[in-house]
Design a protein. Sequence first.
Length: 212
Amino acid sequence: MKSKQKVNLSSNYYSFRPPSNHQKPPKRFGKFWLPVAIVLILSVIFAVQKSQRSDITARSNPKSNRSALAKTITKSSVCDGNVVDQKIVVDISEQHVWMCSRSSQVYDAPVTTGAYKVADNATPTGTWKILAKYTKLYLSGSDSQGSWNDYVNYWLPFDGDYGFHDATWQKMPFGSSKYPTEGSHGCVRLSLETATWLYGWANVGTVVTIRG
């Protein structure tokens, strides 16, 4: 009978020693984690403070916010409900013009209307149509303040002597609130850029609406 061999079950037999070339796993963040964390925290604090300041400003001046909102709604709704292919809308109080292709606004710009406080030069209100289109001519007339003979590049009449034209001689900005005393003789003055665009876009028969 063969003799049984004894197995050494001592702790030394099952002990495990890592090889001499064993390396510790690298540190994930290293020594730079603290500055990065500080930067992230400061960024969050700054964003929260900025949001709070904006909210306080909005609450402290609700009137201006309502005015801005009302103006935005007014401008965006000028062409709403329009069913004609081409329509020009002038608002005297806002000194602005909008061009509509059906319900879509395709152009808008500041204008100068009649100096209604001077010699009854008010721009008429109502609805008309473009009667004709002319280029490079003189517009002449006179009133109690004197006479004029102004050269224009574009002239689009809509109501007799009233119409759209450029006014390269005008010194005050288009859209200025000084129009009651420094405006036109009743026509709707445009910048040369706007007059050029309007002449190319509008056809004879385009609807013109001027409101106070």
